[in-house]
Write a protein that binds this ligand. Sequence first.
Ligand SMILES: [Zn+2]
Length: 355
Amino acid sequence: MVGRNDLCPCNSGKKYKKCCLNKDKKNSMLQQKVDFSQKHDITTTQKLYAYSRKDKFYDEYINAQHKFYIVDDKEINSKFNSFFNTYYLQDYITSENKTIAISFFEENKDKLNIIEKNILKSKLKSYITIYKILNIEEDKAVLKDLILDKETYIEDINVLKDLKAGELIIGRTANVVEVNKFIDTVLSISERIKDVIIADINNIYEKNKDVYKQMETFLIYNTNIFYKYIQQLIEPKIGEYLKEKKTTSNTENNNIEKQVDTKKIDDSQEVCEVENLITENIEDAYKEAALTIWEEYKNNNEVKGTENGWASAVEYHAKKEDGVNVTQSAIAKKYKVSPSTLGKRYKEIKSVHKI
Ligand SMILES: [Zn+2]
């Protein structure tokens, strides 16, 4: 552990506090944020995956495989396992005209916490596209979406560690628990491949314009087009196979997906303001405990009074239980309520929530 007044480990000859301290702090905060997002992304996806493998989805699973894979070769296809899982959970449309993620959300609405709901929601609107890396900075990488012609950024910069500004990638991004990040692996591509794909995508879009109206919507519902490119790019044998079949473009293999109503999931969201306040204000380390406390309380008790009052009491309670040394007045201030309001709500929560 380097002290504030020690010489900076970067050998600049300056004191740590005058040199790399702030940068290091920023990096470790970002890392914590990314780790938190990653952890919850993994657990939520595991739950969703377990749900998707229920017997009732057996036929859907087989059907999704038929739609996704180009060749019938277990060994080759095993290379695309993680892509297939994303497709099957997020994009594949079942006979009930829903994605698996939407069915999961609808069936488990009451059991999911706000973090899980947000993860499911954010991925619904994600799509695959081609990005040009504009700039890789300390805490983010700026990307340009070359199909939608708009800029965005990602914060899980580790994913791009072998790449440089100016390079082209195929990727899928989403905002997962307040972190803009890639879902799925990214694939680096050449200028020529980029041109071919963009021309192809525009071409298919033009033919289906009346259905989708916007390119973004088109991309959201047709990730399978990109997953087919990805398979061809990763496995050269697939390109040969398509050539033999005299399939000039992979579009002929594609059934354009119809649109499902994702608004359903938005409408059913009903995130209460207290959850939002907690999520926005509390540090990541206490977020889960606080949301659980609130979830339990809210489901079993009548809630009256200001949301800020409740949120402040939940944060206080969560920290107290964790043995943190905090005062009611400090937290009350953070939520812009009086300490007495916090105290009152805290008593109510504590009386029910006993561990
Ligand atoms: Zn330094």
